[in-house]
Design a protein around this ligand. Structure first.
Ligand code: RB5
Length: 157
């Protein structure tokens, strides 16, 4: 599925990077819904992670972008929402493979970890890759099984 409409969220550490990434994507023709903070005041990253995640699973947007200091907390928050597969990465290769193999629906990175040009490369790699399905679907289904049942049949064999 090609991403057209995206949600973006951030905490106080990533206002500037969020704005740069939004402008970059809008220039490329993406529709971007900003649900993050626009203030330098302390802001709890789970709020943005949760909001973007809910928009993704509801189908309101095709995918999400999350930015905090490291990308860790905000991606953890998103991954608590059923149906979310959020990847945090600092280089484009993992972003691309996370789409192709893991069918990630959110990409996250850290404003205190990478520069804005690397962030743009990551976003381009993530948005430009397609999920391959096939053998990967078995594993993605296992992720859903863990999420649904808090158990995994394959681990009991
Ligand atoms: C905020 O200080 C920082 O903890 C947050 O941006 C993020 O890095 C958490 O994972």
């Amino acid at each position: 599925m090609a991403f057209k409409k995206l949600a973006i969220g951030n905490d106080h550490t990533a206002v500037e990077m969020k704005n740069e990434i939004m402008a970059y994507l809008e220039e490329k023709g993406y529709e971007v819904v900003n649900v993050g903070t626009d203030s330098p005041e302390r802001f709890n990253y789970p709020v943005s992670g949760y909001k973007v995640a809910k928009m993704v699973v509801s189908g309101e947007v095709d995918g999400g972008i999350l930015i905090c200091g490291t990308g860790v907390g905000i991606s953890l928050a998103a991954n608590k929402v059923k149906g979310i597969r959020a990847v945090v990465c600092s280089e484009p290769y993992s972003a691309r493979l996370s789409r192709m193999h893991n069918n990630t629906n959110i990409v996250a990175f850290g404003a205190r970890v990478i520069g804005v040009e690397t962030a743009k490369d990551i976003v381009d790699a993530w948005l430009g890759a397609e999920y391959e399905g096939g053998r990967h679907q078995v594993r993605v289904d296992m992720l859903a099984e863990i999420e649904e049942t808090q158990a995994l049949k394959a681990a009991e064999e």
